[in-house]
Design a protein around this ligand. Sequence first.
Ligand SMILES: NC(=O)c1ccc[n+]([C@@H]2O[C@H](COP(=O)([O-])OP(=O)(O)OC[C@H]3O[C@@H](n4cnc5c(N)ncnc54)[C@H](OP(=O)(O)O)[C@@H]3O)[C@@H](O)[C@H]2O)c1
Length: 341
Amino acid sequence: MQKDKEQEGNMQTETPQTMKAIQIHTYGGPEVLVYEEVPRPRVAPGEVLIRVCAAGVYPGDWYRRSGYTNFPEADRPPMSVSLPFIPGSQVSGIVETIGSGVSAFHEGDAVYGLLRFPGEVPAECYAEYVTAPAFDLALKPASIDHLHAAAVPMAGLTAWQGIVEHTNLSAGQTVLVNGAAGGVGHFAVQLAKARGARVIGVASKRHETFLRELGVDVFIDYATTPVEQEVRDVDLVIDTVGTMEYNSLLLTLKHGGRLVWIGLRPLKNGMGTEYAEAGVTIEKIQVRSNGAHLAEIGELINAGRVRVTIDAVVPLAEARKAHERGEAGHLRGVIVLHAAE
Ligand SMILES: NC(=O)c1ccc[n+]([C@@H]2O[C@H](COP(=O)([O-])OP(=O)(O)OC[C@H]3O[C@@H](n4cnc5c(N)ncnc54)[C@H](OP(=O)(O)O)[C@@H]3O)[C@@H](O)[C@H]2O)c1
């Protein structure tokens, strides 16, 4: 009897070996996102195990899910990841276990991060638990909940690295943000305003009030106004939409101006040289994980200078609906999966 009780007690404290997660067994439409039981990840040296409260969703998640079929064949990245895999690169949650060598975080800390990005395999954030390199994490901004925090890492870091790290934007300069209401765009607008720039936001009409509230000085509805005919003398274009076949937004730049291109497809050979002759430069950037940069964004959020917008919250088990929403387009902010409180 006594022994039975002891066994029962031991079973109750044992860590479960499995968890629920979304897995992709075959490339295809949103229906290939399957909610099922999988092994729970184990923490390695330099990492922490996070109990996921929320996971952010971004366009790369559905590009990868579909096997990049929306890309021209020549531009498709190598499909190095083996099936099945758990998608997702960004998370907000609670530190459950600390790996050896980690001193920056403690059990119970609320953290957020873009994990192992860019990497050949996704960081597996569409799950109840995920392991994360400590370097990729920052403490969650205290002023926002996990749902809002999960919306920040990918889009916020892309905008921050594009505006703060890659360019030397100064007060009084003019920035044009194309795709201004989307995940990256809405952070880019606010980061440019925070640096004292004049901001032109390009989006569809439905986002005008939202973007004016975020601080855009000039709003342009791309459906009714040809931007390249209306705008001149821009110092910096942040383009989250255009392709590099030919980018008409280059015509809006002043001599010495710069276009930062945030898209997945590679730059066409020779593009740099071609536009150097016109006195403007073009730079494709690739976001990367960085906990220190996230901590800086967190300070701006806590100070009320950057507002995080969620387009939709979807339960983790119904991730399919999140991808359906994403692929319908016209996002305002970021889609988030809700995993736990
Ligand atoms: N380089 C990198 O490291 C990096 C990092 C993150 C994301 N990305 C890529 O960057 C792109 C944007 O990401 P995101 O998360 O911001 O996407 P998103 O949230 O879907 O935002 C895209 C925005 O563009 C607007 N839009 C669509 N067509 C437009 C047009 N012709 N002119 C102006 N705006 C238009 C959409 O709404 P409206 O049409 O209603 O205005 C939407 O608000 C994706 O391709 C993503 O994969 C790259």
